[in-house]
Design a protein. Structure first.
Ligand SMILES: [Fe+2]
Length: 115
């Protein structure tokens, strides 16, 4: 088994939404900085209880030469913090962004956005 065998994406989605949605806002942050926004449950909120929640999100950037950079990881306190995070990133350095999200019941989910 390889790690790719346990990652789930849009094809595995059921009623609850787990796939991390990635949005890029060039110059949309304070003082005109670039923002990469990652959210789980954008359209259908995921449960956020101690028993069932999104525990963390990780964001990776793929540089134009193919190098993968881990840009950030955010852990959430269930019931207090929603899985919705903005990273301040030099977007022009990257050709794609990929995110992982982890649900304590339903596993690890992936998504990528090519620019
Ligand atoms: Fe879940």
């Amino acid at each position: 088994m390889q790690f790719e065998d346990v990652l789930k994406g849009a094809k595995s989605e059921g009623k609850e939404k787990h796939v991390p949605v990635i949005e890029v806002g060039k110059g949309k942050g304070e003082a005109g900085v670039d923002i990469v926004h990652v959210v789980v449950g954008k359209e259908v909120p995921h449960p956020n209880t101690v028993e069932h929640h999104i525990d963390w999100i990780e964001l990776f950037g793929v540089k134009k030469d193919g190098q993968v950079i881990e840009l950030g990881r955010t852990a959430f306190a269930p019931s207090y913090a929603n899985p919705n995070v903005r990273y301040q990133v030099l977007v022009a350095e990257f050709k794609a962004f990929c995110a992982l999200s982890y649900c304590n019941i339903h596993g690890v989910w992936e998504n990528c956005l090519e620019l």
